[in-house]
Design a protein around this ligand. Structure first.
Ligand SMILES: C[S@@+](CC[C@H](N)C(=O)[O-])C[C@H]1O[C@@H](n2cnc3c(N)ncnc32)[C@H](O)[C@@H]1O
Length: 396
């Protein structure tokens, strides 16, 4: 039987795991908490890996009550600091890696270290210089602070780096699509806008970086989010950005040049597509969320016999429902004169609902109408579908 691990062994075990994760690129972060050392202002420390000109470093963010201080260390220095800190000054630590988490707790001489495996977590980028190439920089933007992405000092918080990266990725995807819209001052409508992350980022980018005037309206059911969004837009001086409370279907989208909906729930995505088609928007872009409407019909309807062995498994039915729903959406968009493409817009480590349907009006309304209608009918027959919700809207 192994001898029980002593306190110092537990500290070394955590440090070895940190060192190994650092070397293999699996380190997400190490957080030290429960500080009871000599500095009355220090709240905690967060450690990450960064890659700078002269190699890989351990980057320590010292979180003080009113500011953060970042210091970078080579490995021997970093491990010595961590060893001393874990022994005397911090009573807790959480190590996050791409494959497992470790939680360290010290109560006097008693130390506990627990390990739990995790799946599907991505390692953050360690490239210190990459931030400089992003469409939006993170310095001192009131909207980033209001949305909790930047701290009081205006700097993007370490624990919001992922979210900020995703926002920049969205801007990278949408900027050329909006650029392609011919209208001098395009009106973009974001259906099911939530807190409006995308809207603030797109507006900031268009007006302050691309130097193109745009109007953006976020439509959202939840009134408190709408009130916060409008206050935040005003505080940011974003005159052309506003939020409107209500349902997608009740919103008058006449004059919209682009209609966007990211993770609007189930058939709310169809409402957004419908509004975009009816408005004749040049661009319709949706990231669908749940696919219950078609899934229910596939469960209740008469599937083609060949599909039965495959779709009796819930997980395959779920994935197939997603593909069928979005294929029919793409075909219905094509039927109404849109060129469509579907691609992953963020890594599936962030969300499994990571497909974006992008539809651009190409002026050739009704192209191959008969062929498209035939394809829609065949797919519906194969999967036992009576009607796609979007079809019903478009037929009404
Ligand atoms: C999952 S959130 C996504 C928010 C935002 N688009 C984002 O990606 O961060 C979906 C939002 O859509 C809103 N929503 C759902 N159905 C809606 C409808 N029919 N009309 C207006 N808003 C709706 C919800 O209140 C929620 O805030």
């Amino acid at each position: 039987m192994n001898a029980p691990a002593t306190g110092p062994d537990r500290i070394e075990e955590l440090l070895t795991a940190t060192k190994t994760a650092f070397a293999s690129g699996a380190l997400v972060r190490l957080k030290l908490g429960g500080y009871h050392g000599a500095d009355p202002e220090l709240k905690g420390v967060e450690v990450k890996k960064i890659t700078v000109k002269d190699g890989d470093k351990f980057s320590f963010t010292y979180r003080y009550k009113t500011r953060d201080i970042i210091k970078n260390f080579i490995q021997p220095e970093a491990l010595a600091l961590l060893r001393a800190g874990l022994k005397d000054e911090f009573s807790s630590a959480q190590l996050a890696t791409t494959g497992f988490d470790m939680v360290f707790e010290r109560n006097g001489l008693k130390i506990r270290l627990k390990r739990k495996d995790v799946e599907g977590r991505e390692a953050p980028s360690t490239d210190h210089n990459r931030a400089k190439n992003r469409p939006l920089n993170g310095s001192d933007k009131p909207w980033l602070k209001a949305l909790g992405i930047a701290g009081k000092d205006g700097v993007v918080r370490n624990d919001a780096q992922d979210k900020f990266r995703q926002i920049n990725k969205m801007v990278e995807i949408f900027a050329p699509l909006i650029q392609a819209i011919q209208t001098p001052q395009p009106l973009i409508v974001d259906m099911g806008a939530g807190k409006g992350y995308l809207d603030f980022a797109l507006y900031d980018y268009q007006v302050n970086v691309a130097k193109r005037a745009v109007g953006i309206v976020g439509v959202e059911l939840r009134e408190p989010l709408v009130a916060d969004g409008n206050a935040n837009a005003m505080a940011s001086g974003f005159e052309g950005l506003s939020f409107q409370a209500g349902t997608i279907m009740d919103f008058d989208a006449t004059g919209a040049d682009a209609v966007i909906a990211l993770h609007a729930c189930d058939t709310a995505t169809d409402d957004a597509i419908f509004k975009g088609i009816r408005a004749g928007a040049a661009l319709i872009a949706v990231a669908p969320c749940c696919h219950k409407q078609i899934r229910r019909q596939m469960e209740a309807g008469k599937l083609h016999d060949t599909l039965m062995p495959m779709l009796r498994h819930g997980i395959f039915l779920e994935r197939q429902a997603e593909m069928v729903t979005d294929t029919l959406r793409a075909l219905l968009l094509e039927l109404h004169g849109y060129r469509t493409k579907v691609f992953e817009f963020v890594s599936d480590a962030h969300t499994p609902k990571n497909n974006l349907i992008v539809a651009e009006k190409d002026g050739r309304v009704g192209r191959d109408r008969g062929a498209i209608l035939g394809q829609i009918a065949d797919i519906k027959a194969m999967f036992g579908i009576e009607q796609h919700y979007l079809e019903g809207l478009l037929d009404s």
